[in-house]
Design a protein. Sequence first.
Length: 161
Amino acid sequence: MIDQLMTLYGQEILQLVFSYVKNKAVAEDLTQEIFIKCYKSLHTYKGRASLRTWLWRIAINTSKDYLKSWYNNNVVVSENEPYATRCSTNTVEHEVIKKDEDAQLAAAVMKLPVMYREVIYLFYFEDLMVKEIADLIGLNQNTVKTRLKRAKDLLKELLEG
């Protein structure tokens, strides 16, 4: 059963987690942790939501817990430094990537605060409806709509600036 879940949802859970933590290695570790939690808690799944929604809820909570953790707030991962150095060089490749609209949009989305980034990601990248997002992250539908509007405004500012 867990193998099927990993095959079906592994990549999208990894992408979801990455949208929170913005670090590939951490996202991979957390994704493994999420599937372990899922395996240990599978007996508690009551079927009130789809299995996918239940798994996403675990992923979102795990990601948010990581962002609040002592480790995340106090340990600097050295992987980020070479990445920053690589990105600061003006190579031909970098210029092509920089001009790519999708790359710019993705970079702008990743600069948003988590509360806006999560609704943008779920709405536009995962094609979830406002009601589904509200249920998934435990918010009122109007709050989700407000965050979407604010996130779009912030993205517009980032992309125009």
